[in-house]
Design a protein around this ligand. Structure first.
Ligand SMILES: NC(=O)c1ccc[n+]([C@@H]2O[C@H](COP(=O)([O-])OP(=O)(O)OC[C@H]3O[C@@H](n4cnc5c(N)ncnc54)[C@H](OP(=O)(O)O)[C@@H]3O)[C@@H](O)[C@H]2O)c1
Length: 305
């Protein structure tokens, strides 16, 4: 089968090649999914799990892309709950080959049935951004209606989900990003926007929840804005600064069928919009995943049949 393959971490996305790879074999409780759409997170090639397996053994050449949608074509030994021909969407194991390929072996527990009225490309854009926002706001950030949320990178893939879900839940959302991101962040529902390159972050005053997708200095300055009892949630590694009278949490998103179902339902009901950037066919994936100018939104690779 055709797949996007990486073999050397130092090469980054420039080292991606489109190759013929062996067809994946389903393990116990797996399914094989014929991929129709897969998302890519630009930082994926920096994650250790792209390069080593759970024993710490090198696993390259590896296939990136850990959110995907497609059709089940085969069931592994003992697999229940899914059937051949079923449309599915899910977040796949970081340490196994991903979805930038014609086929993928996935644990059935990591997949949610996908209703027929949701496009595969739309579905593929939801698992990582949607679940990260959901878990960061509700599981880790313990958001309450009426609270003020500082949503960094509010025009990005995660940030647009954070903004919409926080707002739906009754939060007051202050988005941040580059100057050019203002219209998009406001369009996705931010009440206010701070251009981090030109406006003082400190102008936002106190906030109850910081959702950080940037880290570094921005995170340190954000921690100081958290009110007593508030939380700083980071998805960019261990927290570097803690609020003086609040909590700090960093986490890696986990697969959750129930939460993903809720996210898909919101998209079907047009209560949640996804933020898709470049869309390209698998044959054009290498060019699409190596943009020569700034892009925004989740890059999606479509595998058509
Ligand atoms: N821990 C987890 O489970 C988890 C899950 C999902 C994502 N992540 C991480 O979260 C981060 C965001 O992911 P994403 O998919 O939302 O990426 P994205 O779509 O690129 O969004 C990030 C946004 O933040 C902006 N930004 C970054 N640094 C900035 C700065 N210093 N000033 C102003 N704006 C800045 C980016 O603009 P520019 O492109 O111009 O920099 C972009 O608009 C990535 O590092 C990703 O690895 C972690």
């Amino acid at each position: 089968m055709k797949a996007v393959v990486v073999t050397e971490q130092a090469a980054g996305t420039a080292g991606m090649t489109l190759q013929e790879r062996p067809k994946p074999q389903p393990a116990i409780n797996d399914v094989i999914v014929e991929v129709r759409g897969a998302g890519f997170v630009p930082t994926e090639l920096d994650w250790p799990s792209t390069w080593i397996d759970r024993r710490g053994v090198e696993r390259a050449p590896s296939i990136p892309g850990h959110e995907m949608a497609g059709v089940v074509t085969e069931l592994g030994y003992g697999t229940t709950g899914l059937s051949i021909g079923q449309r599915v969407v899910g977040l796949t194991d970081w340490h196994r080959d991903g979805g930038l390929a014609e086929r993928i072996a996935v644990e059935a527990r990591n997949l949610t049935p996908l209703p027929g009225d949701v496009d595969f490309a739309v579905a593929a854009s939801l698992p990582i951004s949607g679940l990260t926002a959901w878990q960061g706001l509700f599981d880790h950030g313990r958001l309450q209606p009426g609270q003020v949320v500082l949503a960094h990178g509010a025009a990005g893939a995660v940030g647009t989900m954070v903004t919409q879900l926080a707002r739906e839940f009754g939060g007051y959302v202050i988005g941040t990003g580059r100057a050019a991101d203002r219209p998009k962040a406001l369009d996705f529902g931010a009440h206010e926007f701070i251009d981090l390159d030109n406006e003082p972050l400190e102008d936002v005053g106190g906030v109850d929840l910081v959702f950080d997708v940037i880290g570094g200095e921005i995170q340190k300055r954000s921690a100081a804005l958290v009110r007593a009892g508030g939380t700083l949630v980071s998805v960019v590694g261990p927290v570097e600064a803690r609020p003086s009278e609040g909590r700090a949490v960093d986490f890696v998103v986990e697969s959750d069928r129930t939460q993903l179902h809720q996210i898909v339902q919101r998209v079907r009901e047009e209560r949640l919009r996804t933020n898709i950037g470049t869309v390209a066919a698998l044959d054009d994936a290498i060019t699409a995943l190596n943009p020569t100018e700034r892009t925004t939104g989740k890059p999606i690779i479509e595998v058509r049949r």
